[in-house]
Write a protein that binds this ligand. Structure first.
Ligand SMILES: NC(=O)c1ccc[n+]([C@@H]2O[C@H](COP(=O)([O-])OP(=O)(O)OC[C@H]3O[C@@H](n4cnc5c(N)ncnc54)[C@H](O)[C@@H]3O)[C@@H](O)[C@H]2O)c1
Length: 290
């Protein structure tokens, strides 16, 4: 199957392209990516050019999307503006890509009669004090980023209900691993620690996140693409729930630095306090595989 991977030159998208090629010897991939600051051609370096094609372009542009989709049998959409802090200062780009761009891809999937898998985030559920989110938890986004992602998700549901598009959603927790742009917590702290620079920690650093290795995420997304049911939402999380300050302390330990490098900075509006996902979703993935 030839899959259009929108946003495939970014962090998770490029891990997904690698996974897809390794897991399916006959698979080919066309990456459609605007190559924003977060997308890099180098993220696809070393891959077989016979099996991976890169088209530079915007998912919000119908004239780009239509020809890019030719010969593809499914869309996996990673393309998004993704950084919460940037969404607070310039939300317009988030709405344009994460909502309008998703709509353009859904229209194209509808025209072509193919599957659209939307890659979304647990941040659409907002913050939680006790317990965990499930796939049926209400959407309660805290930031323009998560609101834009929730808007994209709702559009996916609407295209499923209104036009019977073969559309479905994966909501993943916080990914970590190679090729992540160093504005996100883990790569930023690793680089700062290695350079001996301060490690910024929002507020008391007690915000809890569910951390997921990016290759596990890629594998889960591929399982849902292959076996998921149209109209469903699949939460994908891991067993590693840690407060940010704990993640930072581990990075300091591993890089041989001490805690004097920690710099507490004011937490900004729109940051979720805690997020947790019920691991029942992992069970769903295993049963899908069988
Ligand atoms: N990183 C995480 O922890 C995480 C967790 C859950 C869900 N997600 C979701 O997974 C997806 C990928 O996240 P990521 O961390 O790899 O993001 P990223 O910022 O590393 O990559 C985003 C990619 O999308 C491309 N892009 C942006 N706007 C585009 C447009 N208009 N047209 C075409 N391409 C465009 C960028 O060039 C880049 O290659 C996003 O939808 C994000 O919301 C991320």
């Amino acid at each position: 199957m030839n899959v259009l991977v929108a946003g495939g030159a970014g962090f998770i998208g490029s891990a997904y392209v690698r996974h897809r090629l390794a897991a399916h010897p006959d698979a080919t991939v066309r990456v459609l990516d605007k190559l924003t600051y977060a997308g890099r051609v180098e993220n696809l370096r070393g891959l077989d050019p016979e099996r991976v094609e890169l088209v530079e372009g915007d998912i919000a542009d119908t004239e780009v999307v239509k020809p890019a989709l030719e010969g593809c049998e499914a869309i996996v959409n990673f393309a998004a503006e993704t950084h919460v802090d940037r969404s607070i200062t310039s939300p317009g780009e988030f709405i344009q890509t994460d909502v309008y761009g998703t709509f353009v891809l859904l229209e194209a999937a509808r025209d072509a009669g193919i599957r659209h898998l939307q890659v979304s985030t647990d941040e659409v559920y907002g913050s939680i004090v006790d317990g965990s989110f499930t796939e049926t938890s209400p959407l309660d986004p805290s930031s323009p980023y998560s609101a834009s992602k929730a808007g994209g998700d709702l559009m996916v549901g609407a295209y499923r209900n209104t036009h019977d598009v073969d559309a479905l959603i994966v909501r993943a927790s916080n990914n970590y691993g190679p090729r992540q742009y160093p504005e996100k917590l883990i790569p930023l702290c690793i680089l700062n620690a290695l350079a001996g620079d301060p490690l910024p920690v929002y507020g008391d650093g007690m915000q809890v996140r569910n951390w997921l290795w990016v290759d596990d995420s890629a594998s889960a997304i591929d399982t849902v693409l292959e076996f998921g049911r149209a109209g469903e939402v699949y939460n994908v999380g891991g067993p590693d729930e840690l407060p940010n300050i704990e993640v930072v302390r581990r990075i300091l330990e591993l890089t041989g630095r001490d805690e004097s490098l920690i710099e507490h900075v004011a937490d900004c509006l729109g940051h979720d306090r805690d997020s947790a996902m019920r691991l029942a979703s992992a069970v769903v993935l295993y049963s899908l595989r069988r």
